[in-house]
Design a protein around this ligand. Sequence first.
Ligand code: FAD
Length: 400
Amino acid sequence: MSHFIVVGAGQAGQSIVTTLRGQGFDGKITLIGDEPVPPYQRPPLSKAYLLGDMDLDRLYLRPLSYYADETIDLRMGASVTALDPAAKTITVDGEHLSYDKLALATGSAPRVLPASIGGTLQGVYTMRTLADADAIEPEFKEGASVLIVGGGYIGLEAAAVAAKKGLKVTLVEMSDRILQRVASKETSDYFRALHQSHGVDLREGVGLETLVGDTRVNAAKLTDGTTLDVDFVIVGVGITPNTQLAELAGLVLDNGIMTDRHSCTSNPDIFAAGDCASFPHMGHQMRLESVGNAIDQGAVVAKNMLGQAVDYTPKPWFWSDQFDVKLQIAGLSTGHDQVVIRETETTRSHWYYKEGALIAIDAMNDPRGYMVAKRLIEAGKSADPALVADPATDLKALMR
Ligand code: FAD
């Protein structure tokens, strides 16, 4: 009987095993994750779960019974420490397991601050795992002062939860504006105003110089010369793909674990999906850090483990919840040369164009705009910017 092993029991790993069984694979599946829990969703960790609006049970992607029902050998709290592509074996908890096909879905790890600037003091947190969220939660006491380092989505979401819970929130972003890496100036402006209207002290162009404290952090010195008293700190300064195992095994790395259009690594029996994997896109190796990518690429990996030779064509989508705003993003705005703003009394969306073609949308409380733009982008169609900008335009008419 064939044995397929999936290393990494997260969003992509789950997608791989679900698709394998969905495609009728009746061989042996082993899914191995180093966290002590079954695969779960990470997005709520900085949103509803942190706010206390979502129970633990709802975080899990499948109930535990699913793995038994589908005869998937789920190993939790188990770390894969070695991979030998020549022998086609992995090592987990000292045991060697043989595979016919292997998938790496090892995700990514948050960047941390160096110890030399106080990164290892108590009260300094990153936000990646359920354990991280559970460790931070008791710090969220009304009136406490939190410093958030980094103005990306995770930092902004944590800031929104903290402000909602009555904490005193300061957020520093070293570059000129929040969300600089991922969104337009217009979207940064929108979220800056949103946070400021809820009392977040948002400082752009200001970095962290050092954290101060004996064993526990109690202050932060900023690059503009100011010092803040802080009770705790959340660091949200990006992630790095978990490529260690692939590297040890001699697989080619290029912006993560390099895969081809079939999500196959430089070894024909090893595939990779999710945050850890890069794939060819417009002449370079692209890597996406999103649930949509993990699910879709995971499904492609499963089909290709079964020999179907399916191409991976990303259809990027993403979302973020901050205060009462639901942001939905479709497409990739990189390289845009025009932003068209569409605004009604209750909705706002930013439509990104490149050389006259619609390439992406940021939709704020505008699910209809999001759906229309997403469909247009996925179909390779555009929409007249003048019509988009006119709030009187019936969006559905844009799809005809
Ligand atoms: P992961 O879900 O990280 O899973 C990888 C797993 O593999 C981990 O459990 C890891 O510990 C394990 N592992 C690694 N190495 C080994 C090994 N050697 N042996 C065993 N196990 C190993 N995306 C969105 O689209 N929308 C959002 O709103 C959004 N919000 C987010 C909020 C937060 C707080 C975070 C942290 C992420 C958010 N993301 C969001 C990103 C999204 O969650 C990730 O892109 C997605 O989880 C990637 O899935 P993955 O399977 O590649 O990696």
